[in-house]
Write a protein that binds this ligand. Structure first.
Ligand code: SAM
Length: 249
């Protein structure tokens, strides 16, 4: 029987496979994600940022994991105008380039770009006041999610807070069959037509189905010693986990 991790001969959870996939998607990512989600993706980023607990001091450090083209930064900076720096970590070289291309004005200096695998990052321990990640979880299988949870617990300062959100499979929702039909059938056709036969964004349907929701990520973060709550967004079409690192573990 075929392993759901494999497409053709490829392991879709191999970080190099994921990096190549997003390298190819990078130039159309921003527009495609906004249009294909009917604008929901921006609302969900905003709601994710709102789940962060404000740091007690100015000049704090935020780490954006799986930062992509930096779509969450405007939300972050609007909510925390006193932020010191944003450390943007992503494995895809081209997603970083797109982000840099788009940076302008006063906040360009605030962003530090790190091209690295989040599972193996050597960011210092007790480094961040805030950790955010928007739509970067689905390309991790369960074992990877446990490793990522430990990384987040390690990077966060005691008392620091985190919020992560991901598109999810809204099991039990009356309209789920339509939602799945859209993700699995309609989106691939649109992509093939408008992006000259490409099948990259269509992978998102596969990743989302395999991801399920953020329940496992919540458990992994709890096991890593963090305080965690799970939340549904729009009937479970996205789920977020947020919380903080207790001062004493
Ligand atoms: C769907 S995009 C999300 C980008 C952005 N955060 C947003 O809100 O649109 C997922 C990003 O995760 C990155 N990514 C996937 N696996 C990664 C890993 N192991 N380490 C670092 N980045 C990774 C991809 O390169 C991609 O840029």
């Amino acid at each position: 029987m075929k392993n759901p991790k494999d497409v053709g001969d490829d392991d879709i959870y191999d970080p190099q496979f994921v990096a190549n996939l997003f390298d190819r998607c990078s130039s159309s990512y921003r527009r495609w994600s906004a249009i294909s989600s009917f604008g929901f993706i921006s609302l969900w980023r905003y709601q994710c940022v709102n789940r962060l607990i404000p740091p007690a001091h100015t000049g704090s450090i935020a780490v954006d994991l799986m930062a992509g083209t930096g779509e969450v930064w405007p939300h972050l900076l609007r909510r925390f105008p006193d932020l010191g720096t944003i450390t943007a970590l992503d494995i895809s070289h081209r997603m970083h380039l797109e982000a840099v291309d788009r940076l302008h004005g006063k906040y360009a200096d605030m962003i530090t770009h790190i091209e690295a695998d989040a599972l193996r990052t050597d960011l210092p321990s007790d480094y961040a006041d805030l950790v955010i990640s928007t739509f970067g979880l689905k390309t991790f299988d369960r074992d990877h999610q446990s490793v990522l949870a430990k990384q987040i617990a390690r990077i966060l300062k005691p008392g620091g807070s985190f919020a992560l959100i991901e598109a999810s499979d809204p099991k039990g929702w009356m309209l789920r069959p339509f939602y799945r039909f859209y993700l699995d059938r309609i989106l691939p056709q649109i992509e093939r037509f408008f992006l000259k036969g490409a099948k990259d964004f269509s992978m998102i349907g596969t990743y989302t189905r395999n991801y399920g929701d953020s329940t496992h990520m919540a458990e992994a973060l709890r096991e890593a010693g963090l305080s965690v709550t799970l939340k549904n967004h729009f009937f479970g079409c996205a789920t977020s986990v947020a919380g903080y690192r207790p001062v004493k573990r």
